[in-house]
Design a protein around this ligand. Structure first.
Ligand code: SIN
Ligand code: MN
Length: 267
């Protein structure tokens, strides 16, 4: 999958790109199943909300075959390679749950702020690419983005270790107000299988989910290989130290896996 010059321009100007229908329901259904099995374990990589509901599961590409195939998928890797003009490695991998009724807030932040401060990443040459596993709706805690905020570089932030179970470098209300006055707020919504890529400096956050509809999203953090992290402070399963360039799998690999998984379940 190649991005068009118009899509590349939109990414550069607005700081994000939404690509609906990248994965089929058959592919995504298997990911949802596997995510639930991961959330049900007590692996150290599974972080929970204060209520005990799953919040995020790290590094699933290292211990689950379906998520490994997704992490090496050409529909995700190729567009990001195109933006950075070089090979990529996986800096971080999260399956965020935003569970029905219990999914908590992600405060306003920039991803690169954390990668720079906590991991020693030299440049914002990494980005999150999100795969919707559920329908993301205006009501179930969609990711909210501040268009064009990536043009403002790394903003000063405070380290919030209190509000949720996940420590985050968050922005203050004045900064967010100033940027929203310039760019507004968008919340891309859509069916499972949609993909959202956004610049490492784009300001974003999400509200709690008080609906009965879960909003599970997988986030691959893909980093240009030359931009590998220099001073990691977080565990290896949060900020990876394996800088091997990703070689994409075949386009049909996840679908083949999903069909085999379904056959096995029917037997
Ligand atoms: C993030 O910004 O890393 C996660 C936000 C979300 O899943 O809502
Ligand atoms: Mn983020």
């Amino acid at each position: 999958m190649q991005l068009t010059p118009q899509q590349l321009r939109q990414f550069d100007e607005e700081g994000y790109l939404f690509l609906p229908d990248c994965f089929s329901e058959e592919e995504v259904a298997t990911l949802r199943d596997e995510a639930e099995q991961i959330y049900a374990t007590n692996r150290q990589e599974v972080w929970r909300e204060k209520t005990g509901a799953p919040r995020t599961a790290f590094a699933a590409h290292t211990y689950n075959e379906a998520f490994r195939l997704l992490g090496n998928h050409p529909r995700l890797i190729r567009p990001v390679e195109q933006v950075f003009g070089e090979k990529l490695y996986m800096h971080q991998y999260k399956i965020n749950a935003k569970a029905a009724f219990e999914g908590d807030v992600w405060q306003w932040h920039q991803d690169y702020g954390t990668w720079a401060r906590d991991d020693g990443m030299p440049e914002p040459r990494a980005m999150n690419i999100a795969v919707f596993m559920d329908e993301v709706m205006p009501i179930n805690g969609p990711l909210m983005l501040v268009p064009r905020s990536h043009k403002h570089g790394v903003l000063s932030a405070g380290h919030d270790e209190e509000t949720t179970s996940y420590p985050l470098w968050t922005l203050d209300n004045e900064t967010v107000t100033r940027l929203v006055n310039l760019g507004g707020i968008v919340a891309p919504t859509g069916k499972p299988g949609g993909v959202l890529m956004f610049h490492g400096n784009l300001v974003h956050g999400s509200a709690p989910n008080i609906t009965p509809y879960p909003r599970r999203i997988v986030y691959l953090t893909l980093c240009a290989v030359s931009n590998y992290i220099r001073k990691p402070t977080r565990p290896e399963w949060i900020a990876h130290r394996d800088f091997t360039p990703i070689e994409p799998v075949a386009d049909g690999a996840l679908l083949d896996y999903a069909r085999a998984y379904k056959r096995e379940a029917a037997e």
